[in-house]
Design a protein around this ligand. Structure first.
Ligand code: CMP
Length: 147
């Protein structure tokens, strides 16, 4: 059955001009881009988004990274969207992606375990939370596609 997930192109992905290549990979893999919004997160909002990582050693660095420029959040839809999008982006550590998942998105545009250029929800429950984070009541300038 069809399912939705939250995809995000991170600041390094947008700064590196990977937006169109990533979108092409998304569409080629049978996803429908239901909604998208480009936003500049502030530290408070980013900390909420990544609240589950707040006790990790890399948290401050992660917040700095994710607020270093705009991000593009997208709602993707297809059967098994959560698992399929995680498979397409590859492992968290982009260095590992480059060796073991050479066709993944992180292999294309990521740098290391932090600067990995894209995000994907890790479960249907996370997807629901993250979609409402960006598209529920929080964020403005949302574009609805009617394809
Ligand atoms: P993401 O899939 O968006 O989920 C949490 C993010 O934290 C992750 O991608 C990376 O950007 C970052 N992250 C995860 N592990 C590490 C790490 N070991 N060091 C630095 N950043 C990390």
């Amino acid at each position: 059955k069809r399912e939705r997930t939250l995809a995000m192109i991170k600041p390094d992905g947008l700064a590196g001009n990977y937006r169109e290549k990533i979108k092409a990979a998304i569409l080629d893999s049978g996803f429908h881009i239901v909604k998208e919004t480009e936003v500049q997160l502030d530290a408070e909002t980013a900390s909420l988004f990544y609240a589950e990582h707040s006790q990790r050693s890399f948290f401050d660095s992660l917040v700095k990274y994710i607020t270093s420029g705009p991000v593009l959040a997208m709602v993707l839809e297809r059967p098994d969207a959560v698992t399929q999008w995680r498979a397409l982006i590859g492992p968290t550590d982009a260095r590992k992606a480059k060796t073991s998942h050479p066709n993944s998105i992180r292999a294309m545009c990521g740098l290391d375990s932090e600067k990995n250029c894209v995000h994907g929800s890790d479960s249907p429950e996370s997807a629901a939370r993250e979609i409402s984070f960006f598209f529920g009541d929080g964020v403005s300038e949302t574009v609805e596609h009617d394809e």
